[in-house]
Design a protein around this ligand. Structure first.
Ligand code: ATP
Ligand code: MG
Length: 319
C-alpha cells in the first residue's frame, strides 16, 4: 500500500449526527485534494495508475454520488477501468490488507456502526449473508450504552478502555439469540436491560468507580454472542478461516475471545490492524485489485453503474 488518505468531517458533532447534505457538499470540496494527496504520498502520477476503485454502496447516496461521479470522470479522462466496490466488501477483507491472499470459503464477521453481519464468502466477488442483526448493530449498542454512562461518542473505544480495569462477571447481562439455531443477532434487549439496571440500581446515576465493572460486563455479553455465533457458522459451513472487520473489530475482548475459541478448532482468525478497522480507502483498493485479477479489466469498462444505500442481502455476486 502506497497511501491511505483519510479526510474526516468532524463538524457533524455540532449537530449530534451526520447531516447528509453537508456531508456531500464537504466531499465535493475535498475530493480533488484527497486524490492529489494520495498520488503525492504514493509518489505516483495518474498516468501510472492501472484502474480506479470507488465505493458505490451502502451509505448516504449524496456522498456516494460525489465519489462515483468523480471516479467516472477520471476513468473517462484517463481511459481506465473502473471497479465499483460495496464498502462492506472492503470491511470483509480489511484484515487481508496486511496478510495478503486468503483461502476460500471463509466466514466474515462485519461489525460496524451500522452493520452486524456474518457472510459466507466464496471468492472476492461472491458473498452470502448468513446472519444479521434483527435490530441494533453491535456498534450502536456500544455507543448507546456508553451514552447512558455519559462516556461520549463514539462509545466503543471508551467502553473497551474502562473494561480493562473491570470484572466481566460483575453483572450478568443478556446474551440474546445465543441459543437459537441461526446466525442472527439482537442487541436491543441488552441495551434495554442495561437501561433498567442503571435506573433501578442507581436512580441518581451510577458511581464512576463501578464503570469498569459495568463496561466489562456489557463488553463480555457482546463479545460472547459475536464470537460464539461466528465460530458456529464457520463450523457449519466448513470454513477454516474467519475474518473480521468494521469499527467493533477493534474491540480487544472480541479479538481475544475469538482467537481463544477458534484455536481449539484449528480455525485461523484474520483481524485488521487498528487503523483499518474503521472506514478507509485502502480496503476498497485492495478488494478492487483482487476483483481485477479475478475477473479481468474487460469486466470493468462499463460506466453505467449507480450508487445504492442498501446493504448486501441474500447471495450476491458482485459485479
Ligand atoms: N474498541 C472498540 N470497541 C467497541 N466498539 C468500537 C471500538 N472502536 C470503535 N468501535 C465502534 O465502531 C463503530 C464505528 O465503526 P465504523 O466506522 O466501521 O462504522 P460506520 O462506518 O459508521 O458504519 P457502517 O460501516 O456500518 O456504515 C462505532 O459504533 C464505535 O463505537
Ligand atoms: Mg463502514
Amino acid at each position: 500500500m502506497l497511501s491511505n488518505i483519510i479526510s474526516s468531517q468532524d463538524f457533524h458533532t455540532l449537530y449530534g449526527g451526520i447531516v447528509p447534505e453537508l456531508a456531500s457538499r464537504s466531499h465535493t470540496e475535498v475530493i480533488s485534494k484527497v486524490v492529489d494527496s494520495a498520488l503525492e504520498t504514493a509518489k505516483s502520477k495518474i498516468s501510472e495508475i492501472d484502474a480506479i476503485a470507488v465505493t458505490t454502496s451502502p451509505g448516504l447516496v449524496g456522498s456516494l454520488l460525489v465519489g462515483s461521479n468523480f471516479a467516472k470522470g477520471l476513468a473517462i479522462k484517463y481511459n481506465l477501468p473502473i471497479i465499483p466496490v460495496n464498502h462492506i466488501e472492503g470491511h470483509i477483507f480489511s484484515g487481508n490488507l496486511q496478510k495478503g491472499d486468503t483461502e476460500f470459503p471463509l466466514i466474515s464477521l462485519v461489525v460496524s456502526g451500522g452493520h452486524t453481519a456474518i457472510f459466507l464468502v466464496r471468492s472476492y466477488s461472491d458473498y452470502e449473508l448468513v446472519g444479521t442483526t434483527v435490530d441494533d448493530a453491535a456498534g450502536e449498542a456500544f455507543d448507546k450504552i456508553a451514552k447512558m454512562l455519559g462516556l461520549g461518542y463514539p462509545g466503543g473505544p471508551a467502553v473497551d478502555r474502562l473494561a480493562k480495569q473491570g470484572n466481566a462477571r460483575a453483572y450478568n447481562f443478556p446474551r440474546s439469540m445465543l441459543n437459537q439455531n441461526n446466525f442472527n443477532f439482537s442487541f436491543s434487549g441488552l441495551k434495554t436491560s442495561v437501561r433498567y439496571f442503571l435506573q433501578k440500581e442507581f436512580p441518581g446515576g451510577a458511581p464512576e468507580e463501578l464503570f469498569p465493572d459495568i463496561c466489562a460486563s456489557v463488553q463480555e455479553a457482546i463479545a460472547e454472542v459475536l464470537s460464539i455465533k461466528t465460530l458456529k457458522s464457520a463450523k457449519k459451513f466448513n470454513c477454516n478461516t474467519i475474518v473480521i472487520g468494521g469499527g467493533v473489530s477493534a474491540n480487544s475482548r472480541l479479538r481475544q475471545m475469538l482467537l481463544e475459541k477458534s484455536k481449539k478448532y484449528g480455525i485461523r482468525v484474520v483481524m485488521p490492524n487498528m487503523e483499518y478497522c474503521i472506514d478507509n480507502a485502502a480496503m476498497i483498493g485492495f478488494v478492487a485489485s483482487k476483483k481485477l485479477s479475478e475477473l479481468g479489466a474487460d469486466t470493468f469498462l462499463d460506466l453505467d453503474f449507480t450508487v445504492s444505500p442498501n446493504a448486501i442481502r441474500g447471495r450476491k455476486v458482485i459485479p
